[in-house]
Design a protein around this ligand. Structure first.
Ligand code: AMP
Length: 176
């Protein structure tokens, strides 16, 4: 068996109960990115899924989406665009609103970061309810870009995030 086949990414995903609030089991990926073999394996697998989609840009949301997204973009030879909370980006932005458990939140990208016809992969570390991923697809499309796929390290399938992403090509490496 190759070393690669022996690596189970779940071995470096830590469950943290009641974080950030009671009842939530937080999937902590910091052990995965701190281990060189597991981090590389993760980027290898993301690359395999992403490359056939021929993206120009990886769009990642702060903050953990920057870690995998930046490494993946470099591997693929594409650009990286950050989606950030309001007030963080210095240039002209476009904005999308998404629902939280209580209330709403907003994400922004630079208005000149994505152009008409740009092929974009929307990335985040975890797909939970799908609200933030959906907002990112809206940001891409506001700017005339094409979402060629959504790519996650972890998917919490029991939260049915894919229901908000019908019609898009959604992949994840680990599903719970
Ligand atoms: P959602 O919009 O519900 O899909 O939430 C996605 C965002 O919240 C992502 O940026 C995730 O990193 C984070 N998130 C939500 N639930 C969890 C969880 N149980 N463990 C780790 N991250 C989570």
């Amino acid at each position: 068996m190759s070393q690669r086949a022996a690596l189970d990414l779940r071995d470096r995903v830590r469950d943290v109960p009641d974080f950030p609030k009671p009842g939530i089991v937080f999937k902590d990926l910091m052990p995965l990115v701190a281990d060189p073999a597991y981090f590389r394996e993760t980027i290898d697998r993301l690359e395999e899924l992403a490359r056939p989609k021929r993206p120009d840009i990886i769009l990642g949301a702060e903050a953990r989406g920057f870690i995998f997204g930046g490494a993946l973009a470099d591997r693929l030879g594409c650009g990286f665009v950050p989606a950030r909370k309001p007030g963080k980006l210095p240039w002209e932005t476009v904005e999308a609103t998404y629902e939280l458990e209580y209330g709403t939140d907003r994400l922004q990208v630079h208005a000149d970061a994505i152009r008409a016809g740009t092929r974009v992969i929307v990335h985040d570390d975890v797909l939970a309810t799908g609200g933030t991923a959906r907002a990112k697809t809206e940001l891409v499309e506001q700017l005339g870009g094409e979402v060629v796929g959504l790519l996650f390290v972890v998917e919490l399938a029991f939260l049915n995030g894919r229901d908000k992403l019908v019609g898009y090509d959604v992949d994840s490496l680990i599903s719970y």
